[in-house]
Design a binder for this molecule. Structure first.
Ligand code: PLP
Length: 396
């Protein structure tokens, strides 16, 4: 007898994975250069030179038994110390080595947070549509709790505070934010974080327990137009900050990130709960080599400038054709409205031109499509006439 929920989960590939496989099949048929795969968020810029240099230096100068050996379950102490200090310098936070738990990417970081906080099946975690689809899987299947979705505010994809206020209740454990966001590229201003913090404080007082904020920040460094991104933990102390080097250092396959856990007097055992969640999930000892590499490269990024160029090209190109879209402030996704209400039908039709787009329904926002623009700029240039042909089918 197997757990049928897990069998179902294992058999059902996400739309993004389906498209990825479909793209590979089409590439065999028509050539990779003629397939416009905008489905997956796999960074296309190389990791910075500093990563290669650090790797080589570590390999040449470090005892292999240390370099490739076990670290503490929560990560090597020196790595956690260096990472905490780097965060403190940058954000004015007060993290210590024992605030950090190194993880296999942001996926593990957020899974650990859900698991650490969920105590009962009626516990609720609130996410804002459009949202990263794995949140629902991690919350429901992973932590056995409820995923509560605040409907999208389509005009700007910012927080709908009235709706959020109505949805917070005594079962709410945490609210999840993702700024800049996947899939809409929305970022939250200091004013928004101030307002969110005030609401969470008010509701925490009313319900007699802390509502945590889980801040999923893998796109923290990918922002446009000189935007200064405020640090949510500075506004709301009960914030668990989840980070990944997948996007900023272009290291998605190396699976490395962390959770930064706050020191809040009312939940002194929060770090222990995070460590406990890591233990039962088997997310212990994030890859040692890349713990050391990322600690040394803290604060650096890959050359992210191509994403700004891609955003501008795609945004200007598509809106010029009549597509309607909120301009992304960060990350590397565009989330325009589809030209017919049925986003799945629209994305299916786009395949005719070998444009691979992800339906907004997968992110809790039907009537939209996600275009992942972490691709070569030339690919976008060559795709624009195809988007025009697709638009002509509807708009002419
Ligand atoms: N959170 C968001 C919003 C993401 O977009 C992603 C990956 O695309 C993740 C988490 C998972 O990141 P990682 O690859 O570091 O596990």
């Amino acid at each position: 007898m197997l757990n049928q929920a897990l069998v179902g989960l294992g058999k059902k590939r996400s739309t993004i994975r389906e498209l990825f496989e479909y793209g590979n099949a089409r590439a065999k048929a028509v050539g990779r250069e003629n397939v416009f795969d905008f489905s997956i968020g796999n960074p296309n810029v190389p990791a910075p030179e500093a990563v290669r240099e650090t790797l080589l230096r570590l390999i040449q100068n470090t005892d292999p038994a240390v370099l490739h050996g076990y670290t503490s379950a929560q990560g090597a102490e020196a790595v956690r110390e260096q990472t905490a200090q780097s965060l403190n310098r940058r954000f004015g936070t007060t993290y210590r080595a024992d605030s950090l738990y190194m993880t296999v990417g942001a996926a593990a970081a957020i899974s650990i947070c859900f698991r650490a906080l969920a105590c009962a099946p009626e516990d609720e975690f609130v996410v804002f549509a459009p949202y990263f689809p794995e949140y629902a899987v991690f919350i429901e299947q992973g932590a056995g709790a409820k995923c509560v979705i605040v409907p999208p505010r389509s005009q700007d994809f910012q927080i709908d505070f009235e709706a959020l206020g109505r949805m917070l209740n005594p079962h709410t454990k945490a609210v999840v934010i993702n700024s800049p966001s996947n899939p809409a590229g929305t970022a939250y201003s200091a004013e928004t974080l101030e307002r969110l913090s005030a609401l969470l404080r008010e509701k925490s007082d009313a319900f007699g327990h802390t509502i945590y904020l889980i801040s999923d920040e893998p796109y923290r460094e990918i922002v446009y137009d000189g935007l200064e991104l405020p640090c949510p933990a500075r506004f709301y102390p009960s914030t668990l900050m989840c980070y990944s080097y997948s996007k900023s250092l272009s290291l998605p396959g190396e699976r490395i990130g962390y959770v930064a856990v706050p020191d809040v007097p009312e939940t002194a055992d929060l770090y222990a709960a995070v460590c406990g969640a890591g233990r039962i999930l088997g997310y212990v000892n994030a890859p040692s080599l890349f713990q050391y590499v990322t600690a040394e490269c803290a604060g650096q990024t890959a050359d992210l400038s191509v994403y700004a160029e891609n955003r501008n090209l795609l945004y200007e190109g598509l809106t010029g054709m009549g597509y309607r879209c909120v301009k992304p402030q960060g990350a590397f996704y565009l989330f325009p409205q589809t030209l017919e209400p049925d986003d799945r039908a629209f994305c299916e039709r786009a395949k005719k031109y070998d444009l691979l787009l992800v339906p907004g329904s997968d992110f809790g926002a039907p009537g939209h499509m996600r275009i992942s623009y972490c691709v070569q700029t030339d690919k976008i240039r060559r795709a624009l006439p195809l988007f025009q042909k697709l638009a002509d089918e509807y708009l002419c």
